[in-house]
Design a binder for this molecule. Structure first.
Ligand code: CA
Length: 228
């Protein structure tokens, strides 16, 4: 069976056209016609790629993407209106793989889909696994393990751990982590970093009886090079 593609698009004719073309190419297609339904379907999982229109009723496409990226790293291809530069920039910042401007040729869309399916989600592009003692994080495969035990991390937990591992021995302030993991324009609770550090510690430090993530009081967090 071909890859599973979710189309989130409110224009019925466009959605139907995409469904026909993609089915014809051997993809298995499901559809949602508003942002909230689309997000629910996307979060439920099982898709290899999501085609996401920006202008949607309910939740717009950028908001769908933002919420989706808190949980999942499925590749996302945005469908944008011509010249909507801000949408493209915001979408890529928020972790879209790529965007395609309407109107587009089906050949171009199929090529973009194949490319996105090949590369996976953008945050996952890193060839070499990160290691620290028993901890191994493989961004290319989006897997993490401590020794032989796999870690079940959400998208943001994974990015946070990846950021700390990529900056070993360099203390990361809350602002730095907020910017790297949540993005410049994050407008939520500022203690979100501490909350996610707590989640990570439950899954890592507490679960394995080790101390990997260190608090630097009044500054931020660090993972030390030797994993102690
Ligand atoms: Ca639309």
């Amino acid at each position: 069976m071909g890859a599973q593609i979710l189309i989130i698009e409110d224009e019925a004719r466009m959605a139907r056209f995409l469904e026909l073309e993609l089915s014809h190419e051997g993809y298995t297609v499901s559809k949602a016609s508003d942002g909230r339904t689309g997000l629910d379907m996307a979060l439920a999982g099982g898709h290899d790629l999501i085609l996401l229109d920006v202008m949607l009723p309910g939740l717009n496409g950028l908001e769908v993407l933002r919420r989706l990226r808190n949980e999942k790293d499925v590749p996302v291809l945005m469908l944008t209106a011509r010249d909507a530069v801000m949408d493209k920039v915001s979408g890529l910042d928020m972790g879209a793989n790529d965007y395609i401007t309407k109107p587009f040729s089906i050949e171009e869309l199929l090529a973009r889909i194949r490319a996105a399916l090949r590369t996976g989600a953008p945050a996952a592009r890193r060839a070499v696994p990160l290691r620290c003692g028993e901890l191994v994080l493989d961004p290319a495969r989006h897997t993490a393990a401590y020794g032989d035990t796999p870690l079940q991390l959400t998208y943001k937990e994974f990015l946070l751990l990846q950021t700390l591992l990529e900056n070993r021995d360099i203390v990361q302030t809350r602002d730095m982590l907020l910017e790297t993991v949540w993005g410049y324009d994050y407008a939520g609770e500022t203690n979100v970093v501490d909350v996610y550090i707590r989640y990570l510690r439950q899954k890592l430090d507490d679960a394995f009886g080790v101390k990997i993530i260190h608090t630097v009081r009044g500054v931020g967090y660090v993972i030390k090079g030797d994993g102690t």
